[in-house]
Design a protein around this ligand. Sequence first.
Ligand code: MBD
Ligand code: FE
Length: 302
Amino acid sequence: MTDILTEANTATHTDTDTGTGTGTEQATAAASGAAATERFRSRERADGPAADTGRVNTLVSELLAAAHDIIRRHQLTYAEYDALKAWLIRVGEDGEWPLFLDVWLEHVVEEVAHEDRQGSKGTIEGPYYVPGAPSLPADATLPMRDGEQGTPLTFQGQVTDVAGKPLAGASVEIWQADSDGYYSQFAPGLPEWNLRGGITADEEGRFRIGTVEPAPYRIPTDGSCGRLIEAAGWHAWRPAHLHLKVSAPGHRLITTQLYFRGGEHVGDDIASAVKPELVLDPVPADGGEGRTVTYDFVLDGE
Ligand code: MBD
Ligand code: FE
């Protein structure tokens, strides 16, 4: 079967495409997919209600009816049906279900889940969060390699409630890609907790985190999501971003991401996860190297 969506893709996400790289091993879609699938299976969601099995009939019936409608309107052929089947099988083999779902569906789930919030905006979590990162004090530097590449960034701010009351001891968890666009635990050659940390804010809810600016993230080109992107003629990029989970007892946890004004793909994120409120404006650091930015978080009450 000639397969428009599953033929081997010769382009790989290698060190040479992205700069200095993570070492001799190459990052592959299947390896990062397998890690993301494992991570998803062992995760527990700390926020939101449990799933309601009473909705399965309605939701799945409507999803299938939408698919039937597309098949009729576009006169789907057997060759296309077979390509779809082969591709769906490959997504599972590559472990890319977490990536596929988080890139193309999660943004709408997040929009629905959080439309009633008054406080800071959230956005999608994506496939690369790992709980249990090293605990850090309110003024700290994220774990990183000696000579970690990338523009140094000081990310600081305060966590308050919707009335502006500081939330003492709030938790600010951060995870991000490095300056080559790789996440620790999902690409080879990186220290386990590189650029991941759990900060406890001070008595006034303030924090100051030393890190480096991440690079934009490219969906692996050698897996099934990459094949889909190529066949559809889309681009494979997410803008550079910091991921955060901000929480305090008695308040709703926010999962969010922050982007950099003027950065590549801030205007056309493949994961549709940019909101205007989430774009940072860093300024050159006072008398130091790199840049500084202040961003405050407002948490809704429970
Ligand atoms: C990412 O880094 C990410 O944040 C999302 C949502 C999807 C793929 C890669
Ligand atoms: Fe990300």
